[in-house]
Design a protein around this ligand. Structure first.
Ligand SMILES: *Cc1c(COP(=O)(O)O)cnc(C)c1O
Length: 386
């Protein structure tokens, strides 16, 4: 189906931070398959672990115990402080699980029509429930009637939350991205997250974070909310968790733990041995190779160098981000920069119409960062007529 406006290039091979097209041309990958290829391309540790697991056992069904899934649950629980994990295959599925969990939690509290607070500019996926939770009309248009039970507020705005808290007795949860990805790299303030956590505790709401894009070490912490020193009740993961092997997860703690019982939710593929080994290896290599510190260092370097290269250029509104989640906001729609960067041998993306988005793999080197700036600054300058 014609669901993607694709670039015509096709890649056939990758190595570290680079991919190669059919003609053998090399490209610097500053997108990582939209925050998916955490370990870059062809990482030897991941390749070896996956090859061994493919030969040993790929899939059995959740009808049986899956030891790799148990090990991954323990690892994720240790890194996050969460109590329980449900495995699926994608970000939207992880959020579907979170939304179902919040509704069931609400019913258990005696709320017959539970509602979830969601944010403007949010992105939670493209299933019916998750596109309804998404704060972008383009994603929703044509798919009405939307799933009900969402209350939308401006992002990073505490007074809007307080207003809903005072007026809507049906609210049972808040779902938000600590850093909005598709919405244009918008960062929730630490104070906001801490205050929201407090309100959730006072009201008995579930504090649910969508870390599908910002999680898994990308911002220098395992999970982006951790910089605020808080713990969520529900957290969703996907994208970077398997470094390219599809896997999603919905984690629960405290009040949200124990809500689902056998039969309430499930997945055929979710958490199969292959996907779990991909995730276990990803987490292991991030830790072993110090990739979170690298994400902070290289992210700072990219922002600093881009700032220098674009200094005084009219039309550059902001260069922002956290670790290797970076947005360069321009004063006008700039989708055509994607093709121009590709021509220059660089993979990037534009989101929210006017934000150049960089999501490099966590193995990005200082030299990759310098090359990125050398390849990206000239087309941006040209585009802005500087
Ligand atoms: C990409 C994304 C999703 C959806 O993930 P899929 O795997 O495409 O379903 C959900 N939430 C956030 C924050 C995302 O960035």
């Amino acid at each position: 189906m014609n669901t993607y406006a694709r670039q015509s290039v096709a890649f056939v091979r990758g190595e570290g931070s680079h991919v190669f097209d059919e003609a053998g041309r090399r490209y610097l990958d500053a997108l990582a398959g939209i925050a998916v290829n955490t370990l870059g391309h062809g990482h030897p540790s991941l390749t070896k672990a996956l090859a061994e697991q493919v030969a040993r056992l790929m899939h059995v069904s959740n009808i049986y115990r899956v030891p790799e899934q148990e090990r991954l649950s323990d690892r994720l629980a240790a890194l996050s402080g969460m109590d329980e994990v449900f495995f699926c295959n994608s970000g939207c599925e992880a959020n579907e699980a979170a939304i179902k969990l919040a509704r069931m939690y609400g019913h258990q509290q005696g709320v017959d029509t539970p509602a979830i607070i969601v944010m403007e500019k949010a992105f939670h996926g493209r299933t019916l429930a998750t596109l309804s939770a998404t704060g972008n009309r383009k994603v929703q248009a044509g798919f009405e009637p939307l799933v009900s039970g969402f209350v939308r507020v401006p992002f990073d705005d505490l007074s809007a939350i307080e207003h809903v808290a005072a007026n809507n007795p049906n609210v049972v949860a808040v779902l938000f991205e600590p850093i909005q990805g598709e919405g244009g790299i918008n960062i929730a303030h630490d104070d906001y997250m801490r205050s929201l956590r407090r309100i959730c505790d006072e009201k008995g709401w579930l504090f649910m974070v969508d870390e599908v894009q910002c999680g898994i070490g990308r911002t220098g912490a395992w999970f982006a909310h951790q910089r605020a020193g808080i713990k969520p009740d529900v957290m969703t993961l996907a994208k970077g968790l398997g470094s390219g092997v599809p896997i999603g997860a919905c984690l629960a703690a405290g009040r949200a733990a124990g809500v689902f019982k056998p039969g309430n939710h499930g997945s055929t593929f979710g958490g199969n041995p292959l996907a779990c080994v991909a995730a276990l290896t990803t987490l292991e290599v991030i830790e072993r190779d110090g990739l979170m510190a690298r994400a902070v260092h290289v992210g700072d370097l990219i922002r600093k160098r881009m700032g220098e290269a674009l200094a005084g250029v009219a039309g550059v509104v902001d260069i922002r981000g956290d670790g290797l989640m970076i947005g360069i906001e321009l004063d006008r729609p700039c989708g055509e920069l994607v093709g121009q960067a590709l021509e220059a041998g660089l993979l990037i993306n534009v989101t929210n119409d006017n934000v150049v988005r960089l999501l490099p793999p966590l193995v990005f080197t200082d030299a990759d960062a310098e090359q990125l700036v050398a390849l990206l600054a000239p087309p941006i300058r040209d585009f802005l007529g500087a």
